[in-house]
Design a protein around this ligand. Structure first.
Ligand code: KIV
Ligand code: NA
Length: 265
């Protein structure tokens, strides 16, 4: 199988074939998801609160993200790997965005980058795409702006649906190859999906988007506690891991592990 390219995603849209995207941050998950046929893997800045233990996505920086991007690109042969630009690594200027994106492409060996924001980021998207770097947009609820948006809230309701459509069209015009829509009403996401030639990728954006993305720890039930409404858990990885750890601990304490077959003689 050949590497997925951005034009393939456009072909899926034209054929009306919905496609899945997942986050990945390390070797084993990247390999498994690649083999499972997930065409796009996102090394999200959600690593902040799913890998590094921060409480929001804001603190994670480029030097923390780069090794994760490298691990994921090294471990896939098929998926298109998108590196998420962390907060503060592209907002300062077009030059800063270019510098950060180039690092993710050269050092991380990413195939594309993603950044949050609408019309205000048209110059950044134009500069990156002109430099040969495919850009994925991200609108609706954008976690890096949570303090400005008043927390995790549905965006694009009523009037602001028009603003969101204008943002999406501006990103497409600037050269973006796809756009993530997070936590927006299904009807608004449907409209944007219909108006755009490039694929839309929904997370909490209803069933009409061209693609769907979830954070893998949410999808596989590794993260515990109350999940957002848009999450569906397809497994109980937390349960599997905690019972494995408990069994191991128990066998060690009882002197049952290692048995002769795990020992050298
Ligand atoms: O960081 C992330 O995981 C994301 C996706 C949820 C789209 O931005
Ligand atoms: Na993100």
């Amino acid at each position: 199988r050949k590497r997925v390219r951005v034009h393939h995603l456009r072909e899926y849209k034209d054929r009306g074939e919905p496609w899945p995207m997942l986050t990945a941050y390390d070797m084993y998950t990247a390999e498994l998801f690649d083999e499972a046929g997930i065409p796009v893997l996102l090394v999200g800045d959600s690593a902040a609160n799913n890998v590094f233990g921060y409480d929001t996505s804001l603190p994670v920086d480029v030097d923390e993200m780069l090794p994760l991007v490298r691990a994921v690109t090294r471990s896939t042969t098929h998926a298109l790997v998108v590196a998420d630009l962390p907060f503060g690594s592209y907002q300062l200027s077009v030059e800063q965005a270019m510098g950060t994106a180039v690092r993710f492409m050269k050092e991380g060996r990413a195939h594309a980058v993603k950044l949050e924001g609408g019309r205000d980021f048209v110059p950044h998207v134009e500069a990156l795409t002109s430099a040969g770097i495919p850009v994925m947009g991200h609108i609706g609820f954008t976690p890096q702006s949570e303090h400005n948006l008043g927390g995790y809230r549905v965006q694009g309701r009523g009037e602001s649906g028009e603003t969101m459509l204008a943002d999406a069209l501006a990103l497409q015009e600037a050269g973006a190859f796809a756009v993530v829509m997070e936590m927006v009403p299904a009807e608004a996401a449907k409209r944007v999906t219909h108006e755009l030639a490039i694929p839309t990728i929904g997370i909490g954006a209803g069933p009409h988007c061209d693609a769907q993305v979830l954070v893998w720890q949410d999808m596989a039930g590794l993260r515990r506690g109350k999940a957002p409404r848009f999450v569906k858990r397809y497994a109980d990885v937390a349960g599997v891991l905690s019972s494995a750890a408990a069994s191991f601990a128990d066998e060690v304490r009882r002197g049952e592990f290692p048995a002769p077959e795990q020992s050298f003689h």
